[in-house]
Design a protein around this ligand. Structure first.
Ligand code: CTP
Length: 399
């Protein structure tokens, strides 16, 4: 038995000549013990029949967005909930375009739009369409959404041309999916903790001291960890974000609460400290609102450095401790100082003086400084993509 045994795969077949290969994809998935439900787009029905798909998958085949037999049955929601993974094979240029723009005018595109499951896309199209700038832009968006693209491959096409655009072979697609589940299985044994967002250090019930931080990078890292199979806890200061359901979210406000929540959720294999923790708290914050003419001076005291405290603690220290450094100047020097002072394994440093990256932006540009004195300077990229880059490095390190 392989790791595909018992897995629920939702296969979307689009209208292209490669659709005939999808029958083999279904056959192989069934052979490996998977459950397969299938959606055919309107055009797919010109290439494969619902009857042949139903016979191979031994399941009902779905084609329509609205189900006249049962009005309360919302297939686009129930199919997405049912699936462990969604595979679109073949994915035509049209469907790729629809998904990239968030169109939902048929069952296939609506399921994808309504889903938070992992989506694999195996494109198949003529080489000119594959190389068209419009298709390239659409694919880039799909990759940014976190979808994975399988192939296509170079070869002879049904239209008589030769080149890139041939759908990957069913065996290749199956191996891709097998590897994905293998990675999830393997990472299941790892526990991860992420801190994110700012903290609020209250002066009185209505006033607080805080740091500038949207929490986006930390949330993306937690999401990527969770989607890669890690048992993930996210300890978050006040932000306007919602994490994916699989994450154990703990909401805190102050640095003291963040420290307590962190201590309560150790041990873990890896901890990533991306929060912009307030360095100071007010010595005696008031329970009642202070009248403005009564505030003359604020007495502050230092908060515990959560990262420093955990990473210098023999028994609590995770195997891999990753800190962040937000710097306006002397990025490398300050980051290396933090790496050693806070006893981190890695410091991920971003230059917050640069426009269009860091705070509130969806983009980031970081350098990673490692304990072994090596460093990596990554190009500007979406925070979601950077999160995957960081998580891939974490997986390699832990293994
Ligand atoms: N950090 C923490 N607890 C604190 C302060 C910082 O865990 N009380 C962590 C941050 O989450 C980050 C790293 O320490 O991973 C560096 O934070 P940063 O704000 O860049 O540096 P500070 O240590 O606060 O130092 P400074 O403000 O002087 O740059």
């Amino acid at each position: 038995m392989t790791n595909l045994n018992g897995k629920k795969i939702l296969l979307i077949i689009c209208g292209g000549i490669a659709a005939y290969k999808s029958l083999e994809v279904i056959r192989l998935l069934k052979k490996h013990g998977s459950f397969v439900k299938t959606i055919l787009t309107n055009n797919a029905k010109n290439f494969v029949t619902p009857l042949s798909v139903a016979s191979l998958s031994q399941e009902k085949v779905y084609t329509d967005l609205f189900n006249s037999d049962n009005e309360s049955e919302m297939d686009h929601i129930s199919l997405s909930r049912w699936a462990d993974l969604i595979l679109i094979a073949p994915a035509t240029a049209n469907t790729i375009s629809k998904i990239s723009f968030g169109l939902s005018d048929d069952l296939a595109s609506t399921v994808v739009f309504a889903s938070d499951k992992k989506i694999f896309i195996a494109p198949a199209m003529n080489i000119r369409m594959w190389e068209h700038q419009s298709n390239k832009n659409n694919l880039k968006k799909l990759i940014d959404f976190g979808h994975e693209i399988i192939g296509p491959e170079i070869g002879e096409m049904a239209c008589g041309e030769y080149g890139m655009g041939k759908m990957s072979e069913p065996e290749t697609i199956i191996n891709y999916i097998k590897n994905y589940f293998k990675k999830l299985e393997n990472n299941k044994k790892f526990k991860a903790l992420v801190t994110a967002g700012p903290t609020h250090e209250y002066i009185d019930p209505v006033r607080f001291i805080t740091n500038k931080s949207s929490g986006k990078q930390g949330y993306e890292i937690a999401k990527s960890l969770s989607q890669n199979g890690f048992d993930t806890t996210l300890i978050s200061g006040p932000v306007n974000l919602n994490p994916v359901k699989s994450i154990n979210l703990i909401k805190v406000e102050s640095a003291d609460e963040m420290l307590e929540a962190t201590l309560n959720n150790l041990p873990t294999d890896v901890a990533i400290f991306s929060a912009a923790v307030g360095d100071f708290k007010v010595k005696s914050s008031k329970k009642e609102k202070i009248k403005k003419n009564k505030i003359s001076q604020l007495s502050l005291e230092k908060n515990t450095d959560i990262l420093g405290h955990i990473s210098n603690h023999n028994s609590l220290r995770p195997k891999l401790v990753v800190g962040f450094a937000a710097e306006t100047n002397s990025l490398k020097k300050n980051s290396l100082e933090k790496l050693s002072e806070k006893n981190c394994d890695w410091i991920i440093a971003n230059d917050i003086s640069e426009n269009d990256i860091g705070f509130d932006s969806d983009f980031n540009k970081v350098s990673i400084y490692y304990k072994n004195h090596s460093e990596e300077n990554l190009p500007k990229m979406k925070k979601s993509i950077l999160a995957n880059e960081i998580v891939n490095r974490i997986i390699s390190q832990l293994n």
